[in-house]
Write a protein that binds this ligand. Structure first.
Ligand SMILES: [Zn+2]
Length: 434
């Protein structure tokens, strides 16, 4: 089954093992399409038709194409998603020796499905901050690449006889620490020394004592792949939510004149509650929209408020498709199927921002591109997940809908979705931006 967009999505995710790399790959694609970077510390001078982007803290990015009409007349058309995914991250003093091994102390970031991290081939990536000779610091992205350097080994069944019938119980402090070497003279240099060596391999010379700090994540070295009898599935890490970042980005990159100002905002920290300097609960998007309104409206005092009330946000985050082995976990009349198109998520308690008017708007977008939307509502006896949708809506007062493509195994180290849905969601978002 040929599906260039699904293959392009897998390449995007492979290039983005961490939120820092997701933003780097996103801005690489933006720049290739003529978007220019704006610095939040400088004055912004903007005009109709400009394509610009802003990065905050290295892990959140917003990009906009300014419309031919001022924003106080047209409002903003925005797609929001998140750059972070649940994973294991190194503690500051990570390396230690135990039982003949060198191990890494990790923290659990977000709602990791722990057992899926056992017996996988893992590598490390993230960012490091190093001291420079002039007394300052410099940040480098680092990626140990697709060679397995770490592993969280499972316990043999002979030492845990009841695991299959009673379930696997893991203590994250004790049982999720990866091994990355046998303990021995040559293997005790520690994480900072290995980071310096890895930077040297990419041509960056750094003394070990100049590595001041790091943010390092473990990731699965197995690249994303197509699977199924005719390649109808995609399986990869981080489909939640790099698939939605990729959909919004790909729709935005399309070159065409637009009357309205359109954009994407890809936030970090959704998986841990969005409360940070660059998360959805931060002023990041408001700051961008206010500054664009100042430069691209009639300049009246209420221009920003008029622009926001004329705006619409599609919050795109992956949805739970029905799992054939656990069909009873789904609401009987709301069972999104993989491959059958984008899912509209509803929750009257505002875990999702969807309401009848925003739903109707999205349904008509789908109709206009011959896509049939599906619906998700959680079972009434189960708690509901949430997204950046209600948080952004609450922060800005912007009309919002929550949607996403259906998938299985959310928060597994290797998730699964349908190749056909990639194109459908991008078609709807392109229509939204057109
Ligand atoms: Zn998500």
């Amino acid at each position: 089954m040929p599906n260039d967009l699904a293959d392009d999505l897998l390449r995007y995710i492979d290039a983005a093992p961490t939120p820092w790399h997701a933003v780097a790959e996103t801005t690489r694609r933006l720049e290739a399409a003529g978007f220019c970077r704006l610095d939040e510390r400088e004055k912004w001078t903007l005009k109709a038709g400009d394509r610009v982007y802003v990065v905050r803290a290295g892990t959140s990015v917003a990009a906009f194409q300014l419309g031919t009409e001022p924003v106080d007349r047209t409002g903003f058309r925005l797609v929001g998603a998140h750059t972070d995914s649940p994973n294991l991250r190194l503690k500051p003093n990570a390396a230690y020796a135990k039982a003949g091994f060198q191990q890494l102390a990790v923290e659990v970031y977000g709602g990791v499905l722990w057992y899926t991290w056992l017996d996988r081939d893992l590598s490390l990536a993230g960012r490091v901050v190093v001291a420079t000779p002039d007394g300052g610091t410099r940040t480098h992205l680092v990626d140990f690449g697709r060679t397995a350097i770490a592993r969280v080994p499972s316990l043999a069944i002979h030492l845990n006889r009841s695991v299959n019938t009673e379930g696997l119980k893991l203590n994250p402090q004790e049982h999720l620490a990866p091994v990355w070497a046998l303990d021995g003279e040559g293997n005790r240099a520690g994480v900072r020394a290995e980071v310096a060596k890895q930077l040297a391999r990419t041509g960056v010379k750094v003394e070990v004592e100049d590595v001041l700090a790091y943010d390092l994540c473990l990731y699965d070295v197995q690249p994303g792949a197509r699977s199924g009898l005719v390649g109808e599935f995609i399986q990869s890490a981080r489909l939640d939510n790099l698939a939605s970042c990729h959909a919004g980005l790909t729709a935005l990159l399309e070159k065409r004149d637009r009357r309205s100002t359109v954009g994407i905002v890809l936030y970090d920290h959704e998986e841990v509650g969005s409360r940070s300097a660059q998360g959805a609960a931060s002023p990041f998007l408001r700051d961008c929209l206010e500054r664009i309104t100042l430069a691209h409206s009639d300049g009246a005092g209420d221009a920003f408020h008029r622009a926001i009330q004329a705006s619409f946000l599609i919050s795109a985050d992956m949805a739970h498709g029905i799992h054939p082995n656990y069909a009873e976990k789904h609401e009987p009349r709301h069972q999104p199927v993989l491959g059958a198109g984008p899912v509209i998520k509803s929750n009257v308690n505002q875990s999702y921002a969807t309401d009848a008017e925003s739903m109707a708007f999205f349904v008509s977008l789908c109709r206009a591109c011959d896509v049939q939307p599906q619906h998700f509502v959680v079972r009434t006896d189960l708690p509901c997940g949430s997204t950046i949708g209600p948080i952004t809506a609450g922060e800005l007062g912007i009309r919002t809908i929550d949607v996403g493509n259906p998938m299985l195994g959310m928060h597994s180290i290797r998730e699964m979705a349908a190749a056909a849905d990639v194109e459908k969601m991008i078609a709807v978002l392109r229509r939204f931006f057109a």
